[in-house]
Design a protein around this ligand. Structure first.
Ligand code: PMP
Length: 334
């Protein structure tokens, strides 16, 4: 019989698929690593299980313990599903700007959701950081993984994402492109790929980050953008800036247009940060030859964005649909 012991055992080992349409005119092979095929629907399942394995090994969380994390998105889903399988309680602290749908996903997995006001300073005790810190102090046996500082996040990619790409491309990958949020994916995957290819005749794998225009990684100041899950207004501990060889800035309009093309032309219903990463990957690939193999990581699926990126009215209302192909300044979210 072929079956997994638990849904947690199905995390990772995601496939590579060739992009065939959006790559029109490009000689290099461009392969997408499809992370929405993880059980929780995103790349973040990988860090969730690794951070909890480490916390158990280090005695930071004990049987029946409580996980507290300020997150509204993919990391919450990953933590919730692993926690549920291992008997931990999960509390997520989310700002009130986070939509009902996202909160309901977390609750569906059995997690508790505490909503905090967005309109307060980060250092306020009412902020989402303030509330999560208080819950960790007050709840006996509480543990906060803290994906922005936890080194087991990048390590999960060093141990799984990197080796998977190397094995599946039989050591032929020449470029790796991924979006940068906490920086865990690029740090861990990039470090592994550089190390394993260091002595290769053609030189090491080149590591390229994709970043929303305005974010600090590509030299911005944290200016608002709409693409979710990537970019920062500060430098987190989970990111090692020595790993990427290059960071490319991509604007919202380009990211969203490509996200829609991936669904229509490649059959990949994916999130906005995937479109962003593919824009960067194609920018890199257009100058390469047929001998090059570019791997681009697609972090999550598109279902969570149906009301935005895949909704013409929403797109038009921000100027993202238009003959000029965009370049709209969003000006929203400040
Ligand atoms: N895209 C999405 C949708 C994400 O949720 C994340 C994680 N924040 C990323 C990209 C970036 O991954 P990382 O945090 O590993 O840099």
């Amino acid at each position: 019989m072929k079956y997994a012991e638990s849904i947690v055992d199905l995390i990772g080992n995601t496939p590579l698929v060739r992009l065939n349409s959006v790559t029109d005119g490009i000689a290099a092979t461009v392969l997408a690593k499809v992370e929405y095929l993880n059980p929780g629907g995103s790349v973040k399942d990988r860090i969730a299980v690794r951070m909890l394995d480490a916390a158990e090994a280090e005695g930071k969380i004990l049987p029946g313990g409580t996980i507290v994390e300020p997150t509204s998105g993919n990391t919450g889903v990953g933590l919730a599903l692993v926690a549920q399988q291992r008997g931990y309680r999960c509390i997520f602290v989310v700002p009130d700007k986070v939509g009902e749908d996202k909160r309901n996903v977390l609750k569906a997995y059995g997690a508790e959701v505490v909503v905090t006001p967005t309109a307060v300073a980060p250092e306020s005790p009412e902020s989402y950081y303030g509330v999560s810190d208080r819950l960790v102090r007050e709840i006996p046996g509480a543990y906060k993984p803290d994906q922005f500082s936890n080194q087991f996040g990048p390590l999960s990619h060093y141990e799984t994402t990197g080796p998977e790409i190397w094995a599946d491309t039989e050591g032929t990958v020449t470029h790796f492109v991924t979006g940068v949020g906490t920086g865990g994916t690029i740090t861990g995957t990039g470090r592994y790929l550089k190390e394993v290819s260091a002595d290769r005749a053609g030189g090491p794998v080149r590591i390229i980050g994709a970043d929303p225009d305005g974010s600090v990684y590509s030299g911005g100041t944290g200016r608002p953008y709409f693409v979710e899950g990537v970019g920062e207004d500060m430098w987190p501990g989970s990111y090692d800036p020595s790993v990427p060889d290059e960071i490319l800035a991509v604007n919202d309009a380009e990211s969203f247009e490509m996200t829609r093309r991936l669904a229509r032309e490649e059959g990949l219903l994916v999130g906005g940060s995937c479109g962003m990463a593919v824009v960067a990957a194609l920018r890199v690939a257009k100058d390469l030859t047929a001998d090059d193999v570019v791997v681009v990581l697609l972090p999550d699926g598109g279902r969570g964005y149906l009301g935005k990126i895949f909704n013409d009215e929403w797109m038009a209302s921000y100027g993202f649909l238009g003959d000029d192909g965009g370049g709209a300044d969003t000006g929203v979210g400040a």
